[in-house]
Write a new protein. Structure first.
Lengths: 254, 118
């Protein structure tokens, strides 16, 4: 039972109470403990110093410990993972939080039951894509133009091709995403980081039982495009993850 | 062209992938300052350092800050002083690391990046 003077705790996530987890090794090698309220159980571990990441190696260990605990919880059941670095002043305050947010946390557990998150990054070969787009482009330099005009026209053409590359990239992203999200429960698209090689950056919430079909679907979606248009598509799939991308918006307290 | 696209499977022990998820996603206990004890701004700086060092820099063998006497001395000194100085030191260190990484990354292609990871 948490007491007022039990000191700060590192907070990993929330599971249903009937799935009360056994002790796991968490951040800084501390064993995890369960804090219950109603149908909810928060998984925490004591934290000696409330600051994290005294140095980079320590921070990496703490990051990995966070993930390891949450993945253990995921292996057994649905988990609502917290963002890394969630430290609460005491176990009592964790229980207060469960009490305050119990409706939304229970709804989230229900919504996410039996699912896992998969991350997808699709890239293309930007050079191949440009070549492909340029070959199809209708913007053509006039062969009979004088040197000055030819230069201007070629600049215009470059700009037109760049625009077409961007619109091709966006169209490709939405086509892929539409196909892939059809075999997912929920999807979250993230903005591309570079705007050049990244075509699609997204997370998908997938039923545990449907993970293999989902992965096959990603493969098929890419192949069908690449067969028609040689764009050098590549995909990185990572998972199964705890549903990090599917709790942040819905559960942020008002 | 190389024909069929490749779908690579990365597992969830890849540090970069972990960081990609746990830093800006997951449940946030917002709007209740009294229960959040972590200086998020400072933690973010430290995490950026971790990203820079662990994911790319170490892979390329860049570890100049580990042996830079000014930096290591700065670390020890700031650890015992106030948070602002600690933060300023980390920020300047981070700026330089990221700048260095950016310079080094320019000639590298995505393919060579992939090959080195495997």
């Amino acid at each position: 039972v948490p007491r007022d003077d039990d000191g700060p705790v590192y907070f990993y996530g929330i599971v249903g109470r009937n799935r009360r987890p056994a002790g796991l090794v968490g951040v800084d090698g501390q064993m995890t403990a369960a804090i219950d309220h109603g149908e909810l159980t928060a998984v925490v571990s004591p934290l000696q110093t409330p600051s994290l990441g005294d140095d980079v190696a320590t921070l990496e260990a703490q990051v990995r410990a966070h993930e390891a605990v949450v993945e253990h919880l995921l292996a057994n059941d649905t988990v609502l993972p917290t963002r890394f670095g969630t430290v609460v002043a005491s176990g009592v305050q964790v229980r207060d939080l469960l009490a305050r947010e119990q409706v939304s946390y229970l709804q989230a557990l229900q919504r996410l039951a039996g699912t896992v998150e998969w991350g997808l990054t699709v890239t293309w070969d930007a050079k191949a894509a440009r070549t492909h787009v340029a070959a199809k482009s209708t913007a053509v330099v006039s062969a009979t133009a004088g040197p000055g005009k030819a230069y201007l026209l070629s600049q215009q053409q470059k700009k037109a091709v760049s625009d077409e590359v961007q619109s091709t990239r966006l169209a490709l992203a939405s086509r892929l995403h539409d196909t892939i999200s059809a075999s997912a429960v929920e999807a979250a698209v993230r903005p591309s980081r570079d705007g050049q090689t990244t075509v699609l950056l997204a997370s998908y919430l997938v039923a545990r039982m449907a993970q293999q079909p989902f992965r096959d679907g990603v493969d098929a979606a890419l192949s069908s495009i690449e067969d028609a248009e040689p764009l050098g598509l590549q995909a990185d799939l990572s998972g199964p993850w705890p549903p990090y991308s599917f709790v942040s918006l819905a559960e942020a307290p008002a | 062209m190389e024909g069929r696209p490749t779908v690579q499977r990365r597992d969830t022990t890849n540090l970069a992938d972990i960081l990609d998820r746990i830093l800006d996603k997951g449940i946030v206990i917002a709007g209740d300052i009294s229960i959040s004890l972590v200086d998020i701004e400072l933690l973010t700086i430290k995490l950026r350092l971790l990203i820079a060092s662990a994911d790319k820099a170490r892979e390329m063998g860049i570890n100049w800050w580990e042996s830079d006497p000014w930096l290591s001395k700065g670390d020890n000194r700031d650890a015992t002083q106030d948070g602002n100085k600690d933060r300023a030191s980390l920020e300047s260190r981070l700026d330089r690391i990221e700048e260095t990484l950016h310079r080094l990354e320019l000639p590298r292609t995505r393919e060579s990046d992939r090959a080195q990871r495997r």
